[in-house]
Unconditional design. Structure first.
Length: 98
C-alpha cells in the first residue's frame, strides 16, 4: 500500500480578496515544490466558484505533509487566512482507486 498522501484543499476568499488570495497562493508554490516529499502542488481557480482556490497536492508521506504544514511556506500563507478567507480551509483527503 502506498504511503503517498493525496488531497484537495479549498480556499474560499473574502469578498474583494480574490486577487490577493490568488497572489498569496501563487507566491508560495515554487518554494513548496522544492520541499522534501512534495510530488505535486498545483493551484487552480474553481470554474464553479470563481475566486475559490482549489489546491491539488501529492506528498510522499504523512510525515512530509506534516513538515509542510508546520513549515515557513505554508505558515506564511496561513498567517493571512483571517484576512483572506471567508471560510475555514477545507481539506479533503483522497484515496486513488484507478
Amino acid at each position: 500500500m502506498s504511503q503517498q498522501i493525496q488531497l484537495v484543499a479549498r480556499l474560499v476568499p473574502r469578498e474583494g480578496r480574490e486577487a490577493a488570495l490568488a497572489q498569496a497562493v501563487a507566491a508560495i508554490v515554487p518554494a513548496v515544490l522544492k520541499e522534501p516529499g512534495c510530488l505535486v502542488y498545483t493551484a487552480h481557480d474553481s470554474r464553479e466558484r470563481s475566486g475559490t482556490i482549489v489546491m491539488y497536492e501529492v506528498w510522499e508521506s504523512q510525515a512530509a505533509l506534516d513538515v509542510h504544514a508546520a513549515g515557513p511556506n505554508f505558515g506564511a500563507l496561513a498567517a493571512r487566512f483571517d484576512e483572506l478567507l471567508d471560510e475555514p480551509l477545507a481539506i479533503e483527503h483522497l484515496c486513488k482507486i484507478a
